[in-house]
Design a protein around this ligand. Structure first.
Ligand SMILES: Nc1ncnc2c1ncn2[C@@H]1O[C@H](COP(=O)(O)OP(=O)(O)OP(=O)(O)O)[C@@H](O)[C@H]1O
Ligand SMILES: [Mg+2]
Length: 264
């Protein structure tokens, strides 16, 4: 007899049209920055939620200036009410435990926490639910793919070859769990030299582009490195909001438009 297929138990979240997973193999390449700004950019024209699925290192409360906020429980439905910021509905383990407190959950607890974030939060009507995943290809990623139909994944990477091996793992994982890849976003792709306005390469350009081409993965964005992107996140006002006319914000708007084309 064939083994039971864990992906048969996927159930949509009522009212949520498209679930987008923001992922990377490697840590620290800018997933949370991209997820936050992408949610903000999509939020200009659509109803958007942002779920911080990084149970071990939640970043969203800080990046959106909502540290210390406590989601309310609706006594009638027993659901958690998301925290709303800039019109985006947010949920994060960071709202529920103190910042800096270590969450030491393993498999079953993670499974339960993810389930609650997907089912027991009053997401309401959303065009897009953006999910900021932790780095790697572990339990949280698999739980997500098993529990809900993910419309597509975005893989974030920096350009150099040390990131490539992790990108390959992430792409391989999404293929195995039948989650379509919406595309790749190259973060810190270049920097504008303040002295002469020319593009500078921060990292040696590796084989990322040829790998993506060989797999038929589209590059849907190239976000420049700019200290103001990081500063804006630290200040809790993402760059799409803080400097909406800047090159970085404009790139996030373009990425949002591309995603709207793929997932109307
Ligand atoms: N385009 C950018 N320009 C300047 N700084 C950036 C850019 N993107 C990200 N950063 C900075 O790089 C650091 C890592 O970013 P971020 O936390 O978004 O990465 P991550 O992939 O979510 O990390 P983790 O794997 O720990 O979850 C942060 O300090 C962030 O402000
Ligand atoms: Mg992160």
């Amino acid at each position: 007899m064939a083994a039971p297929n864990p992906f048969e138990k996927q159930t949509p979240i009522p009212g949520v049209k498209h679930i987008i997973a923001v992922s990377s193999g490697k840590g620290g390449v800018g997933k949370s920055t991209v997820a936050t700004n992408l949610a903000m950019a999509l939020g200009r024209k659509s109803k958007v939620g942002l779920l911080d699925a990084d149970i071990y290192g939640p970043s969203i409360p800080r990046m959106l200036g909502t540290l210390g906020q406590k989601p309310q429980i609706n006594p009638e439905t027993n659901q958690l009410e998301p925290v709303t910021r800039y019109g985006i509905k947010l949920m994060s383990i960071g709202f529920l435990v103190e910042e800096g407190a270590a969450v030491v959950w393993r498999g079953p607890m993670l499974f339960k926490a993810m389930d609650q974030f997907l089912r027991d939060v009053n997401w309401g009507e959303l065009d897009y639910l953006v999910i900021d995943l932790p780095p790697g290809t572990g339990d949280i990623q698999l739980t997500l793919a098993q529990k809900v139909p993910v419309a597509g994944a975005v893989v974030v990477s920096t350009p150099q070859n040390v990131a490539l091996i992790d990108v390959k793992k992430a792409v391989d994982m999404f293929e195995r769990v039948n989650v379509p890849l919406l595309g790749m976003i190259e973060n810190m792709a270049y920097m504008i030299n303040p002295a002469n306005g020319e593009k500078m390469q921060l990292f040696p350009k590796g084989e990322m582009d040829s790998y993506a081409q060989s797999k038929g993965i589209k590059k849907i964005g190239e976000v420049p490195f700019n200290p103001s992107v990081g500063l804006a996140c630290e200040a809790g006002i993402p760059i799409v909001e803080a400097n909406s006319n800047g090159a970085e914000a404009q790139e996030f708007m373009k990425i949002a438009d591309r995603i709207r084309e793929i997932l109307p």
